[in-house]
Design a protein around this ligand. Structure first.
Ligand code: ADP
Length: 449
């Protein structure tokens, strides 16, 4: 069924990203916003806008009743959740569908299964994906954790089943720390996610974070769009992402992509998804699946030429994917820099008035952002204010262009992480593609010492 009007249940750059894809398909958009976002670009560009509550996200962007009412009032026939907020809330997806509104996302049962990291691991294992060695399911108490840790070998990591955003993880390096770290992981998980279920994994020494973009039609067909390397992280949060990964060969991409696509086909997965792996010494280890669009999706778009949001909308309409696996070719290299409103070295948030703004441009340069001169960045939400995505025929060319583009960006009035990215690009390890998930924090520690 053709969608005519999409309500975008999100804000910032991703709300704009979805609006753009919708308009290119001749579909109208409805923006919803908190009172803090009344002047936001996604609100200005949308065909309709509805205020859904005060600034705190739980009263607005997470306010299910207000969002459903907004959809009914504006006669939106579909809802796109973007990433974050309600995007991985299976109950919300069910409520949307129960109201006869098309949910632009995976089947609710798959969101639920993959949203719980313990059941996600069990499911991934059953589908033939390689796992990080660890507990077969939830770990009941510190004694069981200690037995398992002896078996697996230290160091181990205690992770929250409901964890996300890099929170709810505790590394344990020696047996005498286990009981206290286990207890802490539990109570932090309970406080942050309202669920104190935890599980145990081998803590890999120096892995890379490599994830595969997949798409399923919900009827047993699935494809992969290659991998992204997201190893540059701070506090388990991605800072810069690239595609392809500097360490994955074309053969390995085709092999592992095939394994992942086959698993998703078997599951009957619908829509966009990302399968995250840690990669060490040539081996992949599944860590989790995200049942939504990712922040870093544009690097995949840049090297494949496929508009991922357009495909999401097509699949929600019950149509076929517009591309088959054989049509997907990987050409060139793309890098995304997440630009945050924060001090580049101590990461203190820096919301406030953007007194001047100029976006980089030119060939193969994409800026996804809701910024404009005179915009006031509210203090209530995520600090990411722009994504700079640059493409080049080679990795070297991409890095040269990225340096040029970062130098053109002007975001005046607030502090941003642009200087951090500029410094990163000068590092030999980065230029050589020689980095793991530990690299950035070690580099920052040395630099700030
Ligand atoms: P979240 O859902 O919070 O993002 P993930 O399970 O995706 O949690 O893990 C986030 C990051 O934490 C990974 O990219 C990696 O840097 C680190 N991490 C997670 N599990 C392990 C592990 N077993 N060994 C080493 N690092 C890990």
């Amino acid at each position: 069924m053709a969608i005519r009007r999409i309500l975008i249940a999100n804000r910032g750059e991703i709300a704009l990203r979805i609006h753009r894809a919708a308009h290119e398909m001749g579909i109208e958009t409805v923006a919803v916003h908190s009172t803090a976002d009344a002047e936001a670009m996604h609100v200005r560009l949308a065909d309709h806008a509805v205020c859904i509550g005060p600034p705190p996200a739980r009263d607005s962007y997470l306010n299910v009743a207000a969002i459903i009412s907004a959809a009914e009032i504006t006669q939106a026939d579909a809802i796109h959740p973007g990433y974050g907020f309600l995007s991985e809330n299976a109950r919300f997806a069910e409520i949307v569908e129960a109201h006869g509104i098309t949910w632009i996302g995976p089947k609710p049962e798959h969101i639920r299964t993959m949203g719980d990291k313990v059941s996600a691991k069990t499911t991934a294992g059953a589908l033939g994906l390689p796992l990080v060695p660890g507990s077969a399911g939830a770990v009941a108490d510190a004694a069981q954790a200690a037995r398992l840790a002896e078996e697996i070998g230290y160091p181990v990591i205690v992770k929250a089943a409901s964890g996300g955003g890099g929170r709810g993880m505790k590394v344990v390096t020696a047996p005498d720390e286990l009981a206290s770290q286990f207890g802490q992981a539990r109570s932090e998980a309970r406080a942050a996610f309202g669920d104190d279920t935890v599980y145990l994994e081998k803590y890999l020494g120096n892995p890379r974070h490599i994830e595969f973009q997949i798409f399923g039609d919900g009827r047993g067909k699935a494809i992969h769009l290659g991998e992204r390397d997201c190893s540059l992280q701070r506090r388990h949060q991605k800072v810069l992402e690239e595609a392809p990964s500097p360490v994955i060969s074309a053969d390995e991409r085709a092999r592992m992509g095939g394994v992942v696509a086959q698993a998703m086909a078997q599951m009957g997965y619908r829509g966009a998804g990302t399968i995250e792996f840690l990669w060490e010494a040539g081996k992949f280890y599944f860590i989790e699946m995200n049942t939504r669009l990712q922040v870093e999706h544009p690097v995949t778009e840049a090297i494949t030429g496929v508009d991922l949001v357009r495909e999401q909308i097509r699949i929600a309409e019950g149509r076929e994917l517009s591309v088959a696996q054989a049509d997907i070719a990987f050409a060139g290299h793309a890098i995304e820099c997440r630009i945050n409103a924060e001090n580049p070295w101590n990461f203190t948030p820096s919301p406030g008035l953007v007194s001047g703004y100029h976006a980089a441009g030119g060939m193969h340069v994409r800026v996804d952002s809701g910024l404009y001169a005179g915009y006031r960045i509210p203090p209530y939400y995520d600090s990411m204010i722009a994504k700079l995505i640059v493409y080049g025929r080679t990795r070297e060319g991409c890095i040269m262009r990225l340096k040029r583009a970062l130098g053109e960006m002007v975001i005046a009035g607030v502090e941003t992480s642009i200087a951090l990215h500029q410094a990163l690009l000068e590092e030999e390890d980065f230029r050589d593609g020689n980095y793991s998930i530990k690299w950035l924090e070690e580099w920052l520690r040395e630099r700030n010492a």
